[in-house]
Design a protein around this ligand. Structure first.
Ligand SMILES: [Zn+2]
Length: 215
């Protein structure tokens, strides 16, 4: 394993996005297919279970899937801090399933590390229309420009909110004030604080996460 250790570390000793950037739930990176085979994945659903990712300093920084977490462990990038009681079996070995992993080298997290995307806006707003404050499935939500684009409103964290189609039609090409609508809350960039809240929501079933999430 040691031979691979420096594979995805840049010249300043930080892990590249290649190694860790895709460690968000639901996205699989192109790397590690050899390691994937190693873990002959019989229990596919278990492999998708969320795993809390801690920085070297024990600060929670992300949530990933069991499969991805085990790849990071096999590459020597992370080690398990908490385990599930279950195992997955490859041809020759039984592997314990991690619940919490920790990066072995400190990773610098930029202040605004989250990409502006529809998915992240809906995550931030917790799938709640910011005008009627009702929760919808992602497919029934759109993104609303609070200050319409026709008025110079930009596509930024501060000007985009989750919005149901009904409220979006109702608002039309107007500001909330003009349309007599009120924002549920002021839209803000997706900060580490926000992602910690999300991790807390995802991890509320797993007792092993609690001590790392400052309950
Ligand atoms: Zn609405």
């Amino acid at each position: 394993m040691g031979a691979n250790r420096h594979m995805s570390v840049d010249s300043r000793g930080r892990y590249t996005p290649e190694a860790l950037g895709e460690a968000m739930p639901g996205s699989e990176g192109p790397t590690g297919s050899r390691t994937h085979n190693l873990l002959s994945l019989r229990r596919a659903s278990l492999m998708q279970e969320p795993v809390l990712v801690l920085n070297a300093t024990y600060e929670p920084i992300n949530v990933t899937a069991v499969r991805r977490a085990m790849v990071l462990m096999l590459k020597g990038v992370a080690q398990a801090e908490e385990m599930h009681n279950t195992e997955v079996h490859s041809a020759a070995h039984a592997h314990k399933v991690p619940s919490v992993i920790r990066l072995l080298a400190y990773r610098h997290i930029p202040q605004q590390s989250r990409a502006l995307s529809r998915k992240n806006i809906l995550l931030r707003d917790r799938n709640t229309c910011q005008f009627c404050v009702r929760v919808f499935p992602s497919s029934e939500l759109t993104l609303d420009h609070v200050v319409p684009r026709s008025r110079g409103g930009r596509s930024t964290w501060e000007n985009l909110v989750a919005c149901c189609y009904r409220c979006n039609n109702n608002k039309g090409d107007r500001t909330p004030e003009e349309a007599g609508l009120k924002l549920a809350r002021k839209p803000r960039p997706f900060t580490l604080h926000t992602s910690r809240q999300l991790m807390r929501l995802i991890g509320h079933r797993d007792e092993r996460w609690r001590k790392y999430l400052f309950y």
